[in-house]
Write a new protein. Structure first.
Length: 392
């Protein structure tokens, strides 16, 4: 006789208490495991000889613990002589039917990183092995043309330490787009991001997580510059970082670090300002700094990347500068408009005073500068009012 065995995928991290089946809360005594033996993720239980009778009632179950109810569903599998097989017509996917809440999602955006992705995934697992944090790893493949996605999926099938999910984008959309997709798919309350090129040490992740929930964002501040074009990147980053420090009024040790941890709920409202391209991590940092969130910097090591860099010196540097200016215009417009207005007004006053003392009359150019300075100040005040209204 062939027994019908069903695989139940639990949608919570906390299980226990009374086990019920079907509508009306009827108690199910057909489960092979007792409720106290249930663990997060999944378990197998016998449902009797007749699948059709069981299916006619329901395929939805829940577990109650205290005053909370946690819902999960079942997929059909069969067993004969101890060997499980999938019933005909069933989907190959046996993943969770609902999002499982995790404490942390470790997000790895990847584009053509076949040389490094397996190494980085293993490093993350090793780094989290000593912690008691309930976490998942989420790889977002940004339309890679190499074997990045396949290697990540193979790792996911073999990994026994934590759930590993791979989201494949159909085309390359940019580093920012991949990160935004990952944040939306993340199930953790805190999202930890690092590049999939091996340049950031995964063993720093527990150190970053140590500052939650006191901080809203914790960034890894790199100790050195290891990328291509260091003679260009170093001075350019220093100048742009100083500009960002002035415009935000905060000290920023590392403006565009790719290793950061943040509360997912705090980041979601600001995804609309994150660009699809290279300057996405800078935008994430500035969005928090200019909106009153608590941001922490932790010194970390930085290593040469594995594989070829995708940094373009002219295009990405220009995007970097425009990102800083755009973010401040979004959130702190007076930092730009007020000094500019004062500069134009001061120039207008000096020219008007000089012409009056020289020829006894104010020249039109002086009056024009005064008008432009005044209008610039008014535009800045209006922009500041709009930004304050948006922050509400």
């Amino acid at each position: 006789m062939e027994a019908k065995v069903h695989f139940f995928t639990v949608s919570t991290e906390v299980v226990g208490g009374s086990f019920y089946s079907g509508e009306g809360g009827r108690k199910d005594t057909s489960a092979e495991k007792s409720p106290s033996d249930l663990s997060a993720g999944g378990f197998q239980g016998l449902t009797g000889e007749s699948w059709s009778e069981w299916e006619a009632s329901t395929s939805t179950f829940w577990v109650e613990k205290g005053d909370k109810r946690f819902v999960f569903e079942a997929d059909r599998v069969s067993a004969q002589d101890g060997q499980f097989r999938k019933d005909e017509g069933e989907s190959e996917a046996y993943g969770p039917k609902e999002n499982i809440p995790y404490q942390v999602t470790i997000l790895l955006p990847a584009y053509n990183e076949q040389e490094a992705i397996a190494h980085v995934l293993q490093e993350v697992v090793w780094a989290m092995a000593s912690t008691k944090i309930h976490y998942e790893i989420l790889v977002v493949d940004d339309g890679s043309t190499d074997q990045t996605a396949e290697i990540a999926e193979a790792f996911a099938r073999q990994c026994q330490d934590c759930p590993v999910r791979v989201v494949r984008l159909p085309e390359n959309r940019g580093a920012g787009a991949a990160r935004k997709v990952g944040i939306r798919h993340a199930r953790g309350d805190v999202v930890v991001m690092l590049d999939a090129d091996g340049s950031y040490p995964a063993d720093c992740i527990p150190e970053l997580l140590r500052y939650f929930p006191s901080y809203d964002q914790v960034n890894g501040a790199r100790s050195s510059e290891q990328g291509r074009w260091p003679w260009l990147r170093g001075p350019a980053k220093w100048l742009i970082r100083k500009l960002a420090c002035y415009l935000t009024g905060k000290n920023i040790p590392d403006l565009n670090t790719g290793m950061k941890a943040f509360k997912r709920g705090a980041m979601l409202p600001w995804l609309w300002v994150v660009p699809d391209g290279f300057s996405c991590v800078t935008t994430m940092t500035l969005a928090f700094l200019t909106n009153g969130y608590a941001v922490k910097y932790v010194p970390i090591a930085y290593r040469p990347r594995i594989g070829r860099s995708k940094f373009h010196p002219i295009r990405d540097t220009a995007a970097y500068v425009s990102t800083v200016l755009r973010m401040v215009l979004y959130f702190r417009p007076l930092r730009i408009f007020l000094p500019l207005a004062f500069l134009i007004l001061a120039l207008g006053i000096l020219m008007s005073l000089g012409s009056f003392l020289g020829v006894g009359a104010v020249q039109p150019v002086g009056m024009m500068l005064l008008a432009v300075g005044w209008m610039t100040g008014m535009v800045g005040l209006l922009a500041e009012a709009c930004a304050a209204h948006h922050r509400r």
